[in-house]
Design a protein around this ligand. Structure first.
Ligand SMILES: *Cc1c(COP(=O)(O)O)cnc(C)c1O
Length: 400
């Protein structure tokens, strides 16, 4: 049988009809060059051993799997965390940024370019650029620059140039346009680094492959700790990179339940109050690829909202769109309120402050544990919550 990874995506970058590449010809030429380079370079011994060394010595991998004694006692079941919050720079994002930057180096590129919304991808990419001595240009809407001041400062400290985008709504969408424009001015020396398993081919495949380390480690660590594989694996889904990273190691084990958790925000009832893309979206094309898209009455991408800014995207990875239609992954959602409760609960019961994105997965994982007291639940804790503390305390106050 052909392995899952050789079959998905196909040669054109489709995951059973999702994904592909719907972009202008000039950009298409660049994407094809990146695809060819990825297939030849990333399989070389030199590339693999350099990436391994970076993961171990710079990123601090492997990150541990941790058994949550108190949380398990409270909910029943056995709850475990894969600790991506302990990955260098505090989240899983550096896994694919280091891979993309290493590819850039092998291609002889001098400059990394990307857009960022809340700034997490920008910070991870600026970190990778500093490591490799590459220039880094991050496009960011002026509204987001004002909102995410600490991340703007971090990027500048790391040596990145932050380009403010002042047209339209001055947020993520305009930043994407601005970054692509700048990229097309000098594709010879530049590589555009996408921040999740989204965008045109080869990015959904490439980012997934760079994130597979999370699942490969977790599977081995879980087996070593417990003598078995987990019954459930849970991850939050924005674009879907941390989820694909951990799911990928368990996809072929049909008896392991995989759960993707989308942000239900303030309410699933109203457009603009959530970002539950697979739960409530329809197939469509966004940012150059086909996937489930949250759409308004006119079929345009709908406004989205989540308490976790890393999850508010109206599209989702094409591979998740396929896994949903195949029924291989269950897509659920967690509300803002459930997320905030889990944010404080994990902090107080286990001494781990989670990112608000990750707290969505924790909320759903605890529900699964409660409903299935004989089962184990492995949650991907995609990042740490330091970036969220001021916002949470100001908006929600401290619990008693
Ligand atoms: C960006 C981010 C996410 C969402 O991205 P995915 O591609 O869906 O994984 C989740 N958790 C953290 C901590 C993030 O920074």
């Amino acid at each position: 049988m052909q392995s899952y990874f050789k079959k998905h995506p196909d040669a054109q970058g489709f995951f059973n009809g999702f994904g592909g590449s719907f972009i202008p010809p000039q950009l298409q030429t660049e994407m094809e060059k990146i695809t060819d380079a990825y297939f030849s370079i990333s399989k070389s011994h030199e590339f693999i051993s350099e990436l391994r060394s970076i993961r171990k010595h710079f990123q601090g991998r492997p990150t541990p799997v941790y058994f949550c004694r108190s949380l398990s006692a409270k909910y029943g079941g056995r709850i475990y965390l894969k600790r991506e919050d302990l990955n260098h720079s505090g989240a899983h994002k550096l896994n694919h940024c280091m891979g993309e930057a290493l590819l850039a180096k092998h291609l002889g590129k001098k400059r990394l370019i990307a857009e960022t919304g809340a700034g997490q991808h920008g910070v991870a990419l600026a970190t990778a650029a500093a490591y490799f001595g590459l220039e880094c240009e991050i496009h960011m809407g002026e509204v987001d620059i004002a909102k995410e001041h600490p991340n703007v400062v971090r990027m500048k400290i790391l040596g990145a140039e932050v380009v403010p985008v002042s047209h339209g709504l001055k947020t993520l969408k305009e930043a994407v346009d601005s970054a692509f424009e700048s990229y097309l001015k000098d594709p010879e020396n530049t590589i555009y680094c996408i921040g999740s398993v989204v965008g045109p081919h080869p990015f959904p495949m490439m980012v997934r492959d760079f994130q597979r380390v999370v699942g490969i480690e977790a599977r081995e660590q879980f087996m070593e700790m417990t003598g078995e594989l987990p019954d459930n694996v849970v991850a939050c889904v924005g674009g879907g990179s941390n989820a694909m990273g951990i799911f990928s190691a368990f996809i072929d084990d049909e008896d392991i339940a995989l759960h993707g958790v989308e942000p239900a925000g303030r309410s699933l009832e109203q457009v603009g109050e959530h970002a539950a893309t697979i739960t409530l979206g329809k197939p469509g094309v966004i940012h150059g690829f086909k996937c489930y898209v949250l759409q308004d009455d006119k079929g345009e991408p709908a406004p989205v909202y989540s308490v976790a800014s890393g999850l508010d995207y109206p599209g989702v990875g094409p591979e998740h769109s396929m896994l949903h239609e195949l029924g291989r992954v269950n897509y659920a959602s967690a509300t803002d309120d459930e997320t905030i409760a889990s944010f404080y609960e994990l902090s107080r019961l286990e001494g781990i402050i989670p990112a608000l994105e990750s707290a969505h997965a924790v909320a759903h994982g605890c529900k699964l544990a409660q409903a299935n007291p004989r089962q184990s639940v492995l949650i991907n804790l995609s990042g740490r919550g330091d970036k969220d503390i001021d916002f949470v305390v100001e908006k929600y106050g401290l619990p008693d």
